[in-house]
Design a protein around this ligand. Structure first.
Ligand SMILES: O=P(O)(O)OC[C@H]1O[C@H](OP(=O)(O)OP(=O)(O)O)[C@H](O)[C@@H]1O
Ligand SMILES: O=C(O)c1cc(=O)[nH]c(=O)[nH]1
Length: 228
C-alpha cells in the first residue's frame, strides 16, 4: 500500500497524515460540521489520545513553527476550547524543550462556560492582557471558531500575533467567497499557517474513490478564486 511518505510531502507532514489514517483520526462517512456543511471526511483531533500520537503531533507543530520564516514573536499560545486546549499545552511544552528562548512563553485557553466560583472567569492559564498571542487549533473550515477565538483575545486585551492550525480544509467562509485562511490573513494582517491541507490529505489517502469524494466536496466549498 502506498503511504504519503512515498510522495513529495515534507516528512513531518507525511508522518502526521499516515498516523491520521492508521489511527482513524481521519474518518470517512457523512459528518455534519460546525458550519452545517455535510462532509464525506472528518478530522477528529480528539483521537490524538496517546503519548505516541501526541509526540507526532507535537513534532509536526514544532517543525511548522520553527521552519516558518514568517514566524511572529509571541508571548502566549492560546488554544480555543475544547480541542485547542491540549494543543496549546502540547505546543508550548514542546517549543520550550526545543529552544530555551521559548521557556517563558505561556499557554492559555478559554472556558466554553464561565466559572463563577473559585478563581472565576473565562480564561485559564496565562492572562492575555497586553500579550502577543499565537492561536493554535485543530482545524479550520469556515473560520467561525477562529473568529470566536480572536474575539476572545481582543476582549481580554491580547494582541493577535499569528495563527497555526493542524488542518486547513481549504473551504470558503459561510458569508463570503474567500478561503477561511485567506480571510484571516487579510482581516487580521498576521501570519496564518497550516501543517497540512485538504490537498495534502488527498495525496496521503490510498483509496481512489475516497480521494474522489474528498475532491468533489473540496470543489463544492472551494473559495471562488479556486473554482474559476
Ligand atoms: O472553521 P469552523 O467552521 O469554525 O470549524 C472548525 C472548528 O470546529 C470545531 O470546533 P467545535 O467548536 O465544533 O468543537 P470542539 O469543542 O470539539 O473543539 C473544530 O475544533 C474547529 O475549531
Ligand atoms: O468543521 C468542523 O466542524 C470540523 C471539521 C473537521 O474535519 N473536524 C472537526 O473536528 N470539525
Amino acid at each position: 500500500m502506498a503511504s504519503s511518505s512515498d510522495s513529495q510531502l515534507a516528512r513531518h507532514k507525511s508522518e502526521l497524515i499516515d498516523l491520521c489514517i492508521s489511527s482513524q483520526i481521519l474518518k470517512f462517512g457523512s459528518f455534519t460540521l460546525k458550519s452545517g456543511r455535510v462532509s464525506p471526511y472528518f478530522f477528529n483531533a480528539g483521537l490524538f489520545n496517546t503519548a505516541r500520537s501526541l509526540t507526532c503531533l507535537a513534532d509536526a507543530f514544532a517543525q511548522t513553527l520553527i521552519q516558518d520564516p514568517n514566524l511572529p514573536e509571541f508571548d502566549v499560545i492560546f488554544g480555543p476550547a475544547y480541542k485547542g486546549i491540549p494543543l496549546a499545552t502540547l505546543v508550548c511544552s514542546r517549543l520550550g524543550s526545543l529552544d530555551e528562548k521559548f521557556l517563558d512563553v505561556g499557554y492559555s485557553f478559554n472556558r466554553k462556560e464561565k466559572k463563577d466560583h473559585g478563581e472565576g472567569g473565562g480564561i485559564v492559564g496565562y492572562q492575555l492582557k497586553g500579550k502577543r498571542v499565537l492561536v493554535v487549533d485543530d482545524v479550520i473550515t469556515a473560520g467561525t471558531a477562529m473568529r470566536e477565538a480572536t474575539d476572545i483575545i481582543k476582549a481580554e486585551g491580547g494582541i493577535l500575533a499569528g495563527i497555526v492550525v493542524c488542518l486547513d480544509r481549504q473551504e470558503r467562509t459561510t458569508d463570503g467567497e474567500n478561503s477561511a485562511m485567506e480571510n484571516c490573513r487579510s482581516e487580521y494582517q498576521v501570519p496564518v499557517t497550516a501543517i497540512i491541507t485538504l490537498e495534502d490529505l488527498i495525496i496521503g489517502v490510498p483509496d481512489e474513490s475516497l480521494k474522489q469524494q474528498m475532491r468533489e466536496y473540496g470543489n463544492k466549498y472551494a473559495p471562488v478564486s479556486k473554482t474559476q
